[in-house]
Design a protein around this ligand. Structure first.
Ligand code: FES
Length: 635
């Protein structure tokens, strides 16, 4: 993507002379603030500069009173810390680096200018004036969560189809009942856009059904360093037409329709968003991006959609001990959600669309075992955000979508009509919310991993962690396998990993170290290990409980386990061959409790799979029954 060098701040000679040694916070106009770090003792680089925008969620830095050296700034939103002398974040440690601006002194060497290497606004290239469109020519239909169907002339495009099954293992379930004909609509679409790898956007249960009907459907994804479909082969789903698009380049579909995929400024390795241009009318979907296109977005688009809800993380609800009391968590969540509401409001107001639709937040922790999360992980309501947007910008039409509801762009784009008429809700009596989910079907699938042969050999632990490849970090992890209530299961694994030298000690080492304890539900844990999945299912899917000492977010560790794991799963066949060849003793694989319905079903499945046991079992059963009947008659 082309870049331009743009002047973003100019200081007069007087203002430049007034800069103090250390960090200076400069704000000459609202919404445009900067950090300039001055060190006159460094002749090579007397100034370092960046925008005063926190990489987490766009907060603002202030001086940190706890920092005696006066180099560190603290974000007022959630307390992340930036060392202005290095432009690196010190909290979370080993995490982000702030994008630097280029300081330039004028010819006299007295006035300072800050230049920014700006990603271009690629939609400006070949911009097209909006043409008139007819009623019904462009129509959006909300399906569920982040899934929207767009009729764009004679083409149909669908975003992020999560329309059946759970996401994040068994932690997230659809809140809405998608339209009854969703599968037909999906398989007849001309294009599908999948924004990123998270399973509420890339839903393999949905794609599996789609591929049975139309494996050649064209699917478009961004060219992220972590490929969206890195687990496609392993999933067993057959999709034959996946198009990986460069960022910021128009994909020309026909004379009227084109779109470009844009990257996220905070997570460019995995998050994307999309801009559609139909006859010069722009539809922007920023999906889950924290800083879509580095924060530079087209203004005055016709339609904008984005996430809004929050709650898409295990933090802090799955954390225990220390400060994580119920009271602290409730307060934290309330504050967080409020900040997110105001942040989203600001972004929407900056873009100033004709219509805004909050989506991509309609999930529910529906499984009864997750009632605690359901009760405590409160999310923003779409209506709340819409009301806040309208409080400041009543010209923006807001849409809280119901499944099957439609929006007609011709009415939104037309200044002379009542734009509210563009939205048509589904007919009365349409089922809006789901009231049942197929828990057993999906959980049994997950729990099949429990009985895998690899877990009969404790050496799976070093084999797996060597495959994962995270080391040289002073962190000791204790992993405990548990039941649904996070109680250790008898015969489940409970082990330590020392990531400094990647060893597996029996006791915690004597040296000072960070300690992280994770209790994982055994089924999801074993599926994650067996398939070499990212740890999102465990963490974002609320399938664990965590405690840490000290209470620090180990960015490097989590980033590795959530994004940087090898794309191919561990070679478990090779592992088993080695174990058997070496004659290693196998230990009993964990036996499930008899009173769990899904576990009972699992055992039945295992028995059915063990056909060699089934035949003698039936014979023995029949023999016993016949003997019993004979004895009863004779008695
Ligand atoms: S810590 Fe800065 S926005 Fe969250």
């Amino acid at each position: 993507m082309e870049q331009r060098s743009v002047e973003v701040l100019r200081l007069s000679p007087e203002e430049t002379a007034a800069l103090k040694t250390g960090p200076n916070l400069i704000c000459k106009e609202t919404g445009n603030s900067f950090i300039i770090y001055k060190d006159a003792t460094d002749p090579k680089e007397p100034y370092k500069a960046c925008r005063n925008i926190c990489k987490h969620q766009g907060g603002t830095f202030v001086k940190d009173v706890e920092d005696s050296a006066s180099r560190v700034l603290r974000c007022t939103k959630h307390g992340w810390k930036l060392d202005a002398s290095t432009m690196k974040y010190v909290n979370p440690p080993d995490s982000f680096t702030q994008e630097r601006l280029v300081p330039e002194l004028d010819e006299e060497g007295t006035g300072l200018t800050l230049m920014e290497l700006t990603p271009p606004e690629p939609w400006r290239k070949d911009a097209r004036p909006p043409q008139a469109i007819k009623l019904g020519e462009v129509q959006l239909t909300f399906m569920a969560h982040a899934c929207m169907e767009l009729k764009l002339g004679d083409k149909v495009m669908i975003f992020d189809p999560w329309l059946t099954g759970p996401a994040f293992a068994r932690g997230w379930w659809l809140l809405h009942e998608p339209p009854a004909d969703w599968l037909k609509r999906l398989s007849c679409a001309d294009l599908i856009y999948i924004s990123h790898v998270h399973s509420d956007h890339l839903s393999y249960p949905t794609l599996a059904l789609l591929s049975e009907r139309n494996p050649n459907i064209p699917i478009y994804v961004g060219d992220t360093s972590m490929p969206v479909f890195c687990k496609l082969e392993q999933s067993g789903v057959k999709l034959n037409c996946i198009n990986v698009c460069s960022f910021g380049v128009w994909q020309e579909i026909n004379d009227d329709l084109r779109f470009m995929i844009l990257m996220d400024g905070v997570h460019p390795d995995m998050d994307t968003c999309i801009l559609i241009d139909y006859k010069g009318h722009l539809i922007l979907n920023t999906v889950d991006c924290t800083q879509p296109n580095g924060g530079r977005l087209p203004k005055n688009v016709d339609i904008m959609m984005s996430d809004f809800a929050g709650g898409a993380s295990g933090f802090p609800m799955t954390f225990v001990k220390g400060r994580y009391t119920e009271e602290w968590k409730a307060k934290f969540i309330a504050t967080e959600r409020k900040k997110l509401l105001y942040y989203k409001t600001q972004v929407v107001r900056d873009v100033n669309p004709k219509l805004y639709c909050p989506f991509a937040g309609y999930f529910v922790e529906a499984h009864p075992a997750d009632k605690y999360i359901l009760d405590t992980n409160t999310k923003n309501q779409a209506d709340q955000l819409n009301a806040l947007i309208n409080k400041y910008s009543d010209q923006i039409i807001t849409w809280t979508p119901k499944p099957g509801a439609t929006l007609d762009l011709a009415l939104i784009a037309n200044n002379s009509v009542n734009r509210r008429l563009a939205i048509v809700d589904p007919p009365p009596g349409t089922k809006i919310y789901k009231d049942s989910w197929d828990f057993d079907f999906y959980i049994e699938k997950i729990n099949k991993s429990i009985g895998s042969d690899i877990f009969a050999y404790p050496d799976w632990i070093p084999f797996y962690y060597q495959w994962a490849g995270f080391r040289n970090y002073n962190l000791v992890l204790r992993m405990v396998e548990t039941d649904d209530d996070f109680e250790p299961v008898e015969g489940g694994y409970d082990f330590l990993v020392d990531f400094l030298d990647l060893t597996f000690p029996k006791h915690r080492p004597a040296r000072e170290h960070a300690y992280l304890q994770i209790k994982n539900r055994i089924g999801v844990h074993r599926q994650t290990v067996l398939k070499g999945l990212f740890w999102d299912d465990l963490y974002i899917g609320f399938q664990n409980r965590l405690s840490r000492d000290p209470d620090t977010f180990h960015y490097k560790f989590w980033n590795h386990m959530q994004i940087l794991l090898p794309q191919n799963p561990p070679d478990w066949d090779g592992f088993l061959r080695e174990q058997m060849h070496d004659g290693k003793p196998a230990r009993a694989v964990w036996k499930p409790s008899a009173n769990s319905k899904s576990i009972v079903s699992r055992m039945r499945t295992i028995l059915l799979q063990g056909k060699f046991l089934l035949v003698p079992g039936i014979v023995a059963f029949l023999a016993t029954s016949i003997a019993y009947v004979i004895l009863s008659i004779n008695g």
